[in-house]
Ligand binder design. Structure first.
Ligand SMILES: *Cc1c(COP(=O)(O)O)cnc(C)c1O
Length: 427
């Protein structure tokens, strides 16, 4: 039975049998019992599917991963311990020492560091391009050893919107997949696979969990990328894996299953960045209301953005829902029903004004977090980027007076009243 996204949020991924638990069971077990060694041997050879050790797979996680895969319109999914692990696994599953990645430059700071510093140490190089670079610049970023293109639907914290179709077309011209981190938009507002993305990742820590309770990540495969058609580029998927008795993932599991099976069998086995079943259970509670919460986050974000844009002490506002925003046209295409609750704005009074403003807030808390039910905010110049001089901040595109505001699920009038009274304290 084909059902709508809202129904998948509530019931996807798990269908109990007669007399079984209505809610997803938390399988709090590291290991699983078999009658014979031969039964278990088949699992180790990937000849049968089943569970043997929670470092690789656990039923609770798989129910929740199946729900996220269904929401994104993919063929297979897996959970990871964090969003960082999800992006690392998605890239490292197809790129190895000597390879190269093309990435949007406006991505989450942790992911930028992962690609630019840590993966560089592993011998994987990257070229960063602005999300609104010219076609020529995008084309010039590719090399013969490029293995993937990476970007974020709505970037954290830059709030740029990725032209997914354009980036997918460029990736496919070069025979490589587009990986899109869809954390901020969530599948409620955008399904990157429908626009040509091949792999979708998430920090489920944000809106999917939505209650600031559990760190986690997810990877979804569209099942549309033909690894065999580009066999020479992706030997890990298209040639035998000696650590699994010579299995060739793309042959054995096809386009729909090869990527996630390899990622589980090799990377989860070797790195062990599994999400705990307890956290997967919390994540699922969040997913059950994702379709109800996201429109409210976006509505509150829009109202806050409109208020801020009309305030004399605010010099600029970034929110793709605003008609004047640089990314509004892309948002109309990719995010027609809303974007997210995160708004960034610059106070005319700079760093001092931002500090005064934030210290005066009563409902909105100062936190290193976004996409929570409770509104929060951060001034990068006085916190995460505190060590930088004003000149260094300018080079990084961060104005000293920039505030990143994450609108939660409170009453919009209350949030605006809080913002308004805090702005009054600013000179
Ligand atoms: C937070 C975030 C990440 C990292 O996720 P963690 O769960 O904190 O590891 C990756 N991408 C985006 C867009 C994020 O907002």
């Amino acid at each position: 039975m084909s059902v709508k996204k809202d129904t998948v949020c509530v019931q996807g991924g798990y269908t109990p049998g007669n007399g079984e638990p209505r809610q997803i069971p938390i399988v709090q077990s590291t290991t699983f019992k078999y009658d014979t060694g031969a039964d278990m041997g088949k699992l180790f050879d990937l000849e049968a599917s089943g569970y043997f050790y929670t470092r690789l797979q656990n039923p609770t996680n798989d129910y929740v991963a199946a729900k996220i895969a269904q929401l994104e319109g993919g063929t297979a999914g897996m959970l990871t311990s964090s969003g960082q692990a999800a992006n690392f696994f998605a890239l490292f599953n197809i790129a190895q020492c000597g390879d190269h990645i093309v990435s949007s430059s406006t991505i989450y700071g942790g992911t930028f560091n992962l690609i630019a510093v840590t993966m560089a140490k592993m011998g994987i190089e990257a070229t960063f391009v602005e999300p609104d670079c010219s076609d020529e610049e995008l084309e010039a970023a590719f090399r013969p050893n490029t293995k993937a293109v990476f970007g974020e639907t709505i970037a954290n914290p830059a709030l740029t919107v990725l032209d997914i179709e354009r980036f997918a077309a460029a990736a496919h011209r070069h025979g490589v997949p587009l990986i899109v981190d869809n954390t901020f938009a969530t599948p409620v507002f955008c399904r990157p696979i429908e626009w040509g993305a091949d792999i979708v990742t998430h920090s489920t820590t944000k809106y999917m969990d939505g209650h600031g309770s559990a760190v986690g990540g997810a990877i979804v495969d569209s099942g549309r990328f033909d690894w065999m058609a580009h066999a020479d580029k992706f030997p890990g998927l298209t040639t035998p894996d000696e650590s699994y008795h010579g299995i060739t993932y793309a042959e054995r599991f096809g386009m729909g299953g090869a990527f996630i099976t390899k990622c589980t069998a090799q990377l989860m086995r070797d790195f062990g960045s599994i999400q705990s079943p307890q956290n997967a259970f919390y994540l699922n509670l969040g997913l059950e209301s994702l379709h109800v919460r996201m429109p409210r986050h976006a509505e509150n974000g829009m109202k806050a953005a409109e208020f801020l844009a009309s305030h004399p002490k605010v010099t600029s506002v970034s929110y793709c829902g605003l008609p004047g925003d640089k990314y509004h046209a892309l948002a109309e295409k990719y995010l027609p029903d809303g974007s997210c609750g995160v708004v960034s704005f610059v106070l005319a009074g700079g760093r001092a004004a931002a500090e005064t403003f934030m210290n005066a807030l009563r409902l909105i808390a100062i936190e290193t977090h976004v996409a929570d039910a409770r509104s929060c905010c951060l001034n990068p110049a006085s916190t995460t980027h505190r060590q930088m001089t004003d000149e260094q901040l300018a080079a990084a595109g961060i104005s000293p007076g920039l505030v990143r505001l994450s609108c939660g699920l409170e009453d919009a009038g209350d949030l605006i009243a809080d913002i308004a009274q805090a702005l009054e304290k600013v000179d």
